[in-house]
Design a protein around this ligand. Structure first.
Ligand code: FMN
Length: 467
């Protein structure tokens, strides 16, 4: 039973700086407050101090907004002005995008799913309590791990068995007012599963799961406050719970497919994607591309149709570095020879070579698409061999189109380049690929910094004929 729980704010915690040893600081503050930890105590620690000690701080002045951030800014600015909320700069929006897996809604607020899976406003980025001047704090990358580290140090320092919650305050859908929520936990279960126990009248509970650590975090929030209270650590004493190891905040994040409120797919979305995709031929943003996104896009590209389901496509992901440089150098030597053979001027050749070099070397990812002719049907006559090859090319092209659309869905920009068609021997030799791999295309992939103008399309009456 829990009928008497104490919440004690730890005073005199200094302003935390990157590299500070939080457990020692908390230990010293306990001593200064003439307190010592007892078995079963829970410490709720505000994310801001954890983030600051980890150096999860950025300066907005160092951020270059992408085209996506600028577009969101332009969409949000009038809505923000109307609502009277504080404005968001494109740089702040960019930082929110960098911390997010998915943008869920942008109106006068920006609700995202962070890389951790938290659904919250502004990816948990905080501009308050950091010192101003463009400084922001980002959520810790792994709050469970930080909770675990702090717990283990404090247990060593005090000899007591305790639990730790790293907390933040989030606004809520449906209700006004931010409440404390847990971002990371160590030592106690995130939930209390009451299913199977009996209510006051002996009726078995079928679905009650108590959000244990969120309840604790929100009670601590009453003392921590939001603004200048300066109490980032709250001790909870007298709460009965069972210690549990190997716990994680992930246990309470609802999966997207089980979430009634995540947007259903709208056929209109697909129409938009088909029209929005553009070949991106400018410099890419410096924003790091998560390799998972590339792999997830290729996963989608393999659902393209292919002749007798031959799936002749092979994707080679070429990261930045020596092998890419070597490949482009060898391909460019061939390009030079080809252009000299065509009688092009030195200046023309120099420009062309330079352009391919920057295109292919600067892209965060370069993907080579090959047709594996090993999977083509074998025929005894030249005509059918030729058409089977065409079917292979058509199939690979279908997959390439899926790939470009998948990149669009993932928020990435890309361009299809035909250069590999002209350099089979060089490519297979340099990358040590099987001889059956026929290079078909390169894709440069990354985040855009500019909007690509919409190219003209032929009129429908030029391409549709009714018989
Ligand atoms: C088979 C194929 C090869 C292409 N090769 C190149 C290329 O070598 N260089 C280039 O700048 N763009 C290349 N592109 C991109 C086209 O220029 C682009 O798709 C076209 O201009 C239409 O623009 P959009 O993709 O934005 O609609 C290629 C596209 C395809 C489908």
């Amino acid at each position: 039973m829990n009928n008497n729980i104490s919440l004690i704010g730890l005073e005199n915690i200094p302003i935390i700086k990157p590299g500070d040893d939080l457990p020692s600081i908390i230990y010293n503050a306990l001593n200064e407050n003439q307190m010592s930890l007892q078995n079963g105590d829970i410490l709720v620690i505000a994310q801001t101090v954890v983030s600051k000690s980890l150096g999860r701080i950025k300066n907005l002045n160092d951020i270059t907004p992408s085209q996506e951030a600028i577009d969101i800014y332009e969409k949000m600015a009038p809505l923000i002005e109307k609502s009277g909320l504080p404005s968001k700069s494109p740089e702040l929006i960019q930082s929110i995008l960098d911390e997010s897996k998915e943008v869920i809604k942008t109106e006068q607020v920006m609700i995202v799913e962070t890389h951790h899976g938290f659904i919250c406003a502004n990816a948990g980025i905080d501009q308050s309590n950091v010192g101003g001047g463009g400084l922001i704090t980002l959520l810790p990358i792994d709050s469970d791990k930080e909770a675990e580290k702090i717990r283990s140090s404090l247990q060593k320092l005090t000899g007591k068995r305790i639990a730790i919650i790293v907390s933040d305050s989030f606004g809520r859908a449906f209700r006004i007012g931010a409440v404390g929520v847990a971002l990371g936990v160590s030592g106690l279960s995130p939930i209390l599963d009451k299913r199977g126990s009996k209510d006051l009248y002996g009726k078995e509970l079928q679905s009650t799961i108590v959000g244990q650590i969120d309840n604790l975090a929100s009670s601590a929030q009453l003392i921590m406050g939001e603004a200048d209270e300066g109490i980032p650590v709250v001790l909870i004493r007298g709460y009965n719970y069972a210690f549990e190891e190997n716990v994680s905040i992930k246990q309470i994040l609802r999966e997207k497919k089980a979430d009634l409120f995540r947007k259903e797919r709208d056929p209109k979305d697909l129409e938009d994607i088909l029209k929005a995709r553009r070949s991106y031929k400018f410099r890419f943003s410096d924003k790091k591309v998560n390799k998972n996104l590339i792999e997830e896009s290729i996963e989608l590209a393999r659902w393209a149709p292919s002749a007798h389901n031959g799936q002749f496509w092979r994707y080679i992901i070429i990261e930045r570095g020596k092998s890419r440089e070597n490949l482009i150098k060898n391909m460019n030597n061939k390009l030079k020879d080809d252009l000299q053979g065509d009688g092009k001027s030195e200046e023309f050749i120099r420009k062309k070579v330079e352009k391919t070099k920057t295109n292919f070397l600067d892209a965060p990812y370069l993907i080579l698409l090959c047709l594996d002719d090993k999977d083509l049907e074998r025929y005894s006559d030249k005509t059918r061999i030729k058409y089977e090859f065409i079917m292979g090319v058509q199939s690979v092209s279908a997959s390439a189109t899926y790939l470009l659309l998948a990149f669009e869905i993932k928020g990435l920009s890309a361009c299809w380049y035909c250069a590999p068609l002209f350099a089979k021997d060089i490519i297979t030799k340099t990358l040590n690929l099987p001889d059956s791999y026929i290079p078909m295309a390169f894709f440069t992939v990354g985040y855009s910094i500019k909007k690509t103008p919409k190219p003209k399309r032929k009129d429908l009456n030029e391409i549709i004929f009714n018989v």
